[in-house]
Structures are given as C-alpha cells and as structure tokens.
Design a protein around this ligand. Structure first.
Ligand code: PNS
Length: 167
C-alpha cells in the first residue's frame, strides 16, 4: 500500500490540547500527518503565523510522522502539493457539523480524490476552542490542562506584554 498522507488544516491560534489529541490520533492512523497552519491575512490573530508554527514544532518535536507547515490559497491545492489524499478535521459537537459539512462537500467538489475524515477528540476537550481559550486568558482565567504547557507560557507572555503596553 502506498503512503497515506493526511493534512490537518487550521488556524491554531492557539494550538489546544483538542488539536493535539486529534493529531495524535491521526498520527496513529496515517503514515504522515501534516499540520497546515493557514496564512490568513484577514483575521487579527493573537499569535503570528511564525509564532504558531514555532509552538507546534516545539510540541511535536520527536513525533516522527508529524510535520508542521503553512499554507495559503485553496486547501485542496495545498493537499495536492503535499501528495495528501486525506483532510482531517476534528468534530466536537453537533454545532461544528454544519460548517464542516459545507467545507468537506466544497472540497470534494473541488477535488473529488481528496477525502475528508472527521475525528472526535477525547471527551475532556469537546468544549475546548481556541476562541474560548483566548477569551478566558484575556479575562484572567486559567486554561491549565486545556492547552500544551508552552502555549500556556506564551499566552501569559502575550497578556503581560499587552498589559505593559497599556500601562
Ligand atoms: O481552524 P479553522 O479556522 O476552523 O480552519 C479553517 C480552515 C483553514 C480549514 C479553512 O478556512 C480552509 O480550509 N481555508 C482554506 C481556503 C479554502 O480552501 N477554502 C475553500 C474550501 S471550503
């Protein structure tokens, strides 16, 4: 059987333990999994793309079949360029489904030979999102256990830097 390569695309602003859980599952299922950090010029991100890439590379250092990369443009074109036949997306709750279904079917229309595979994270992460993590940290709450340690450190640094700027 030829190598099955999967792309796990996303914003990862920031990477959460839910993402890590999906990548771990994907790394067991596929020969190689490429974490594709979207270069999205429209959003106002908390972390720059290079910061997000550096964090993910640190978290997945030593995971032999996990690669961290960036992409822009159409996801299916990026998948083709990486010789990936699979797009992995995490599904946490029914609320994720509609948007994910639209994307999966649009991607299938654009490139019928790329298959989207949905994976469920472990239960403790079913409510975790990058958006909520950012909100909780901005308001002074703890996200310990919900994000990798390095993300917790970087979030703290960002918050301190912003508070210093405002002072
Ligand atoms: O983590 P996110 O923000 O939910 O990830 C969204 C992502 C990166 C998967 C999506 O925005 C995407 O695939 N962007 C690439 C542009 C594209 O291919 N659009 C058409 C297919 S729906």
């Amino acid at each position: 059987m030829s190598e099955v390569i999967a792309i796990y695309p996303g914003s990862f602003d920031p990477l959460t333990n839910g993402h890590v859980d999906i990548i771990q599952r994907g790394s067991r299922l596929f020969h190689r999994i490429v974490v594709g950090v979207l270069i999205n010029l429209e959003k106002a991100p908390l972390f720059t793309v290079p910061e997000r890439v550096a964090i993910a590379r640190e978290v997945f250092r030593g995971w032999d079949n996990v690669e961290v990369d960036t992409f822009d443009g159409l996801l299916v074109e990026y998948a083709r360029s990486k010789h990936a036949g699979v797009i992995v997306r995490g599904l946490r709750a029914v609320s994720d489904f509609e948007y994910e279904l639209q994307m999966a079917l649009m991607n299938r229309r654009l490139s019928p030979d790329v298959e989207t595979v949905f994976m469920m994270p472990a239960e403790p992460y079913t409510y975790v999102s990058s958006r909520l993590v950012k909100e909780v940290v901005a308001l002074g709450g703890s996200v310990h256990g919900l994000v990798p340690g390095i993300v917790e450190d970087r979030l703290r640094e960002k918050k301190l830097a912003r508070e210093t700027l405002r002072a």
